[in-house]
Design a protein around this ligand. Structure first.
Ligand code: NAP
Length: 250
Protein backbone atom coordinates (compact mmCIF):
# COMPACT_ATOMS: atom_id res chain seq x y z
CA UNK A 1 0.00 0.00 0.00
CA UNK A 2 1.39 3.42 -0.98
CA UNK A 3 1.13 5.85 1.93
CA UNK A 4 1.20 9.16 0.12
CA UNK A 5 -1.75 11.23 1.30
CA UNK A 6 -1.80 13.38 4.44
CA UNK A 7 -4.86 13.66 6.66
CA UNK A 8 -5.55 15.61 9.85
CA UNK A 9 -8.33 14.39 12.12
CA UNK A 10 -9.25 16.70 14.98
CA UNK A 11 -10.34 14.83 18.09
CA UNK A 12 -8.83 11.65 16.65
CA UNK A 13 -8.07 10.07 20.00
CA UNK A 14 -11.49 8.65 20.85
CA UNK A 15 -14.90 7.76 19.41
CA UNK A 16 -15.72 8.66 15.81
CA UNK A 17 -12.37 10.43 15.33
CA UNK A 18 -10.38 7.40 16.48
CA UNK A 19 -12.37 5.07 14.18
CA UNK A 20 -11.75 7.49 11.30
CA UNK A 21 -8.03 7.67 12.08
CA UNK A 22 -7.70 3.88 12.13
CA UNK A 23 -9.56 3.51 8.82
CA UNK A 24 -7.55 6.35 7.24
CA UNK A 25 -4.35 4.61 8.35
CA UNK A 26 -5.49 1.48 6.51
CA UNK A 27 -6.51 3.52 3.44
CA UNK A 28 -3.11 4.96 2.53
CA UNK A 29 -3.09 8.16 4.56
CA UNK A 30 -0.37 9.45 6.86
CA UNK A 31 -2.53 10.36 9.83
CA UNK A 32 -2.19 13.29 12.21
CA UNK A 33 -4.23 12.34 15.28
CA UNK A 34 -5.11 15.54 17.12
CA UNK A 35 -6.30 15.35 20.72
CA UNK A 36 -6.96 17.76 23.55
CA UNK A 37 -6.44 16.04 26.91
CA UNK A 38 -6.22 12.25 26.58
CA UNK A 39 -2.65 11.67 25.38
CA UNK A 40 -2.72 7.95 26.23
CA UNK A 41 -5.79 7.40 24.04
CA UNK A 42 -4.17 9.31 21.16
CA UNK A 43 -0.94 7.30 21.48
CA UNK A 44 -2.97 4.08 21.39
CA UNK A 45 -4.52 5.08 18.07
CA UNK A 46 -1.09 6.00 16.68
CA UNK A 47 0.37 2.67 17.80
CA UNK A 48 -2.52 0.73 16.26
CA UNK A 49 -2.02 2.52 12.92
CA UNK A 50 1.75 1.89 12.96
CA UNK A 51 1.27 -1.76 13.98
CA UNK A 52 -0.94 -2.19 10.91
CA UNK A 53 1.87 -0.84 8.68
CA UNK A 54 0.65 2.75 8.51
CA UNK A 55 2.13 6.09 9.46
CA UNK A 56 0.74 8.34 12.22
CA UNK A 57 1.63 10.97 14.77
CA UNK A 58 -0.31 12.45 17.73
CA UNK A 59 -0.42 16.22 18.24
CA UNK A 60 -2.01 17.89 21.25
CA UNK A 61 -3.94 21.07 20.47
CA UNK A 62 -7.08 22.70 21.78
CA UNK A 63 -8.90 23.65 18.58
CA UNK A 64 -10.75 26.47 20.38
CA UNK A 65 -7.39 28.26 20.66
CA UNK A 66 -6.15 29.98 17.51
CA UNK A 67 -2.51 29.63 18.60
CA UNK A 68 -2.98 25.90 19.15
CA UNK A 69 -4.60 25.51 15.71
CA UNK A 70 -1.70 27.35 14.04
CA UNK A 71 0.77 25.10 15.89
CA UNK A 72 -1.22 21.99 14.95
CA UNK A 73 -1.12 22.76 11.22
CA UNK A 74 2.57 23.70 11.41
CA UNK A 75 3.21 20.30 13.02
CA UNK A 76 1.43 18.59 10.11
CA UNK A 77 3.46 20.62 7.57
CA UNK A 78 6.69 19.70 9.31
CA UNK A 79 5.94 16.06 10.03
CA UNK A 80 4.15 15.00 6.85
CA UNK A 81 4.07 17.80 4.23
CA UNK A 82 1.14 18.78 2.02
CA UNK A 83 -2.23 18.21 3.67
CA UNK A 84 -4.94 16.83 1.38
CA UNK A 85 -7.69 15.91 3.84
CA UNK A 86 -9.15 17.47 6.99
CA UNK A 87 -11.77 15.86 9.21
CA UNK A 88 -13.23 18.56 11.44
CA UNK A 89 -14.37 16.06 14.05
CA UNK A 90 -13.52 17.43 17.52
CA UNK A 91 -16.67 18.51 19.33
CA UNK A 92 -18.08 18.79 22.82
CA UNK A 93 -21.37 18.90 24.61
CA UNK A 94 -22.14 19.70 28.22
CA UNK A 95 -24.58 18.36 30.83
CA UNK A 96 -28.16 17.97 29.66
CA UNK A 97 -30.01 21.16 30.51
CA UNK A 98 -32.82 23.44 29.45
CA UNK A 99 -31.79 26.60 27.60
CA UNK A 100 -33.14 28.68 30.49
CA UNK A 101 -30.42 27.20 32.72
CA UNK A 102 -27.45 27.66 30.36
CA UNK A 103 -24.64 29.95 31.54
CA UNK A 104 -22.79 32.35 29.24
CA UNK A 105 -19.56 30.48 30.05
CA UNK A 106 -21.06 27.20 28.82
CA UNK A 107 -22.29 28.80 25.60
CA UNK A 108 -18.83 30.24 25.01
CA UNK A 109 -17.15 26.87 25.53
CA UNK A 110 -19.50 24.97 23.22
CA UNK A 111 -19.41 27.54 20.42
CA UNK A 112 -15.66 28.15 20.76
CA UNK A 113 -14.87 24.48 20.21
CA UNK A 114 -17.64 23.31 17.89
CA UNK A 115 -17.95 26.40 15.71
CA UNK A 116 -14.87 28.64 15.97
CA UNK A 117 -12.54 25.62 16.25
CA UNK A 118 -13.96 24.05 13.09
CA UNK A 119 -13.80 27.39 11.24
CA UNK A 120 -10.15 27.94 12.23
CA UNK A 121 -9.16 24.44 11.13
CA UNK A 122 -11.05 24.85 7.85
CA UNK A 123 -9.28 28.17 7.33
CA UNK A 124 -5.83 26.66 7.78
CA UNK A 125 -6.72 23.71 5.54
CA UNK A 126 -8.01 25.96 2.74
CA UNK A 127 -4.92 28.17 2.95
CA UNK A 128 -2.82 25.07 2.26
CA UNK A 129 -5.04 23.15 -0.18
CA UNK A 130 -6.44 25.87 -2.44
CA UNK A 131 -5.09 25.91 -5.99
CA UNK A 132 -5.47 29.69 -5.69
CA UNK A 133 -2.54 29.61 -3.24
CA UNK A 134 -0.55 27.08 -5.24
CA UNK A 135 -1.96 24.09 -3.34
CA UNK A 136 -2.92 20.77 -4.90
CA UNK A 137 -6.56 20.74 -3.75
CA UNK A 138 -8.10 18.43 -1.18
CA UNK A 139 -11.21 17.53 0.74
CA UNK A 140 -12.76 18.56 4.05
CA UNK A 141 -15.38 16.62 5.97
CA UNK A 142 -17.10 18.41 8.83
CA UNK A 143 -18.67 16.26 11.54
CA UNK A 144 -22.04 17.83 12.23
CA UNK A 145 -24.90 16.02 13.95
CA UNK A 146 -28.47 14.89 13.41
CA UNK A 147 -29.12 17.26 16.35
CA UNK A 148 -28.92 20.17 13.89
CA UNK A 149 -32.27 18.95 12.49
CA UNK A 150 -33.94 17.92 15.77
CA UNK A 151 -32.74 20.79 18.00
CA UNK A 152 -32.06 18.61 21.09
CA UNK A 153 -34.77 20.14 23.36
CA UNK A 154 -34.25 19.61 27.12
CA UNK A 155 -30.76 18.26 26.45
CA UNK A 156 -28.45 20.65 24.59
CA UNK A 157 -29.94 23.18 22.21
CA UNK A 158 -26.58 24.97 22.32
CA UNK A 159 -24.82 21.91 20.90
CA UNK A 160 -27.53 21.37 18.27
CA UNK A 161 -27.28 25.02 17.20
CA UNK A 162 -23.50 24.78 16.97
CA UNK A 163 -23.98 21.89 14.53
CA UNK A 164 -26.50 24.00 12.58
CA UNK A 165 -23.66 26.48 12.14
CA UNK A 166 -21.46 23.68 10.84
CA UNK A 167 -24.11 22.68 8.28
CA UNK A 168 -24.26 26.27 7.03
CA UNK A 169 -20.46 26.60 6.96
CA UNK A 170 -20.32 23.40 4.90
CA UNK A 171 -22.79 24.76 2.33
CA UNK A 172 -21.05 28.13 2.04
CA UNK A 173 -17.45 26.95 2.06
CA UNK A 174 -18.19 24.19 -0.45
CA UNK A 175 -19.31 26.84 -2.94
CA UNK A 176 -16.52 29.27 -2.02
CA UNK A 177 -13.72 26.81 -2.81
CA UNK A 178 -15.35 24.50 -5.36
CA UNK A 179 -13.33 26.01 -8.23
CA UNK A 180 -10.11 25.80 -6.18
CA UNK A 181 -9.85 22.02 -6.07
CA UNK A 182 -11.42 21.58 -2.62
CA UNK A 183 -14.57 19.60 -1.84
CA UNK A 184 -16.34 20.29 1.47
CA UNK A 185 -18.99 17.96 2.87
CA UNK A 186 -20.49 17.08 6.23
CA UNK A 187 -21.67 13.93 7.93
CA UNK A 188 -24.53 14.17 10.40
CA UNK A 189 -24.26 11.17 12.73
CA UNK A 190 -27.27 10.11 14.77
CA UNK A 191 -26.96 8.13 18.01
CA UNK A 192 -23.48 6.63 18.00
CA UNK A 193 -21.89 4.58 20.79
CA UNK A 194 -19.09 6.86 22.11
CA UNK A 195 -18.08 8.59 25.36
CA UNK A 196 -19.72 11.87 24.35
CA UNK A 197 -23.03 10.86 25.95
CA UNK A 198 -21.28 10.49 29.33
CA UNK A 199 -20.14 14.13 28.98
CA UNK A 200 -23.83 15.00 28.72
CA UNK A 201 -24.42 13.12 32.01
CA UNK A 202 -26.12 10.05 30.47
CA UNK A 203 -23.71 7.29 29.37
CA UNK A 204 -26.64 4.99 28.45
CA UNK A 205 -28.38 7.58 26.22
CA UNK A 206 -27.97 5.65 22.96
CA UNK A 207 -29.72 2.57 24.37
CA UNK A 208 -32.49 4.67 25.93
CA UNK A 209 -33.30 6.30 22.60
CA UNK A 210 -32.50 3.54 20.11
CA UNK A 211 -36.17 2.43 19.86
CA UNK A 212 -36.86 5.83 18.21
CA UNK A 213 -34.42 5.01 15.41
CA UNK A 214 -36.15 3.44 12.38
CA UNK A 215 -33.34 0.86 12.19
CA UNK A 216 -33.96 0.16 15.91
CA UNK A 217 -30.34 0.48 17.00
CA UNK A 218 -27.53 2.90 17.74
CA UNK A 219 -24.65 3.28 15.29
CA UNK A 220 -21.00 2.32 15.61
CA UNK A 221 -18.17 4.84 15.17
CA UNK A 222 -16.85 2.68 12.30
CA UNK A 223 -20.11 3.20 10.38
CA UNK A 224 -19.54 6.96 10.49
CA UNK A 225 -15.84 6.57 9.68
CA UNK A 226 -16.61 4.65 6.49
CA UNK A 227 -18.88 7.45 5.27
CA UNK A 228 -16.21 10.06 6.07
CA UNK A 229 -13.50 8.12 4.20
CA UNK A 230 -15.84 7.74 1.22
CA UNK A 231 -16.55 11.49 1.13
CA UNK A 232 -12.79 12.18 1.22
CA UNK A 233 -12.04 9.69 -1.55
CA UNK A 234 -12.05 10.07 -5.33
CA UNK A 235 -15.16 7.87 -5.31
CA UNK A 236 -16.95 11.04 -4.19
CA UNK A 237 -15.21 13.25 -6.77
CA UNK A 238 -18.43 15.10 -7.81
CA UNK A 239 -19.86 15.41 -4.29
CA UNK A 240 -19.53 18.76 -2.54
CA UNK A 241 -21.77 20.74 -0.21
CA UNK A 242 -23.56 17.53 0.83
CA UNK A 243 -24.87 16.91 4.35
CA UNK A 244 -24.88 13.13 4.67
CA UNK A 245 -27.04 11.68 7.46
CA UNK A 246 -25.61 8.58 9.17
CA UNK A 247 -28.53 8.08 11.49
CA UNK A 248 -30.24 4.76 10.85
CA UNK A 249 -33.09 6.73 9.27
CA UNK A 250 -33.87 9.15 12.13
P1 NAP B 1 -15.96 11.77 22.05
O1 NAP B 1 -15.96 10.28 22.11
O2 NAP B 1 -16.36 12.55 23.26
O3 NAP B 1 -14.51 12.25 21.55
C1 NAP B 1 -14.27 13.61 21.42
C2 NAP B 1 -12.92 13.81 20.79
O4 NAP B 1 -12.72 15.22 20.58
C3 NAP B 1 -11.77 13.37 21.67
O5 NAP B 1 -10.75 12.86 20.85
C4 NAP B 1 -11.32 14.67 22.35
O6 NAP B 1 -9.94 14.65 22.71
C5 NAP B 1 -11.53 15.65 21.22
N1 NAP B 1 -11.70 17.03 21.67
C6 NAP B 1 -12.65 17.54 22.48
N2 NAP B 1 -12.46 18.86 22.63
C7 NAP B 1 -11.38 19.19 21.88
C8 NAP B 1 -10.67 20.39 21.65
N3 NAP B 1 -11.05 21.56 22.20
N4 NAP B 1 -9.58 20.36 20.85
C9 NAP B 1 -9.18 19.20 20.28
N5 NAP B 1 -9.81 18.02 20.47
C10 NAP B 1 -10.88 18.03 21.28
O7 NAP B 1 -16.91 12.29 20.88
P2 NAP B 1 -17.57 11.55 19.60
O8 NAP B 1 -18.90 11.07 19.99
O9 NAP B 1 -16.61 10.66 18.94
O10 NAP B 1 -17.81 12.84 18.71
C11 NAP B 1 -17.01 13.20 17.60
C12 NAP B 1 -17.80 14.20 16.77
O11 NAP B 1 -19.02 13.57 16.35
C13 NAP B 1 -18.22 15.46 17.54
O12 NAP B 1 -18.13 16.58 16.71
C14 NAP B 1 -19.67 15.18 17.89
O13 NAP B 1 -20.40 16.36 18.07
C15 NAP B 1 -20.12 14.41 16.67
N6 NAP B 1 -21.32 13.58 16.88
C16 NAP B 1 -21.31 12.54 17.75
C17 NAP B 1 -22.48 11.79 17.90
C18 NAP B 1 -22.57 10.61 18.83
O14 NAP B 1 -23.69 10.09 19.05
N7 NAP B 1 -21.47 10.13 19.40
C19 NAP B 1 -23.62 12.13 17.18
C20 NAP B 1 -23.58 13.20 16.32
C21 NAP B 1 -22.41 13.93 16.16
P3 NAP B 1 -9.43 14.38 24.26
O15 NAP B 1 -10.09 13.11 24.71
O16 NAP B 1 -7.95 14.30 24.19
O17 NAP B 1 -9.86 15.60 25.03
Amino acid sequence: MAIDKVILITGGSRGIGAATALLAGRSGYRVCVNYHRDQAAAEQVVTAIRDAGGSAVAVRADISSENDVLRLFEAVDKEFGALCALVNNAGILEKQSRLSDMSAARLQRVFATNVAGSFLCAREAVRRMSTRNGGAGGAIVNVSSGASKHGAPNEYIDYAASKGAIDTMTLGLAKEVAAEGIRVNAVRPGLIYTDIHASGGEPGRVDRLSAMVPMQRGGRPEEVARTILWLLSDEASYVTGALVDVTGGR
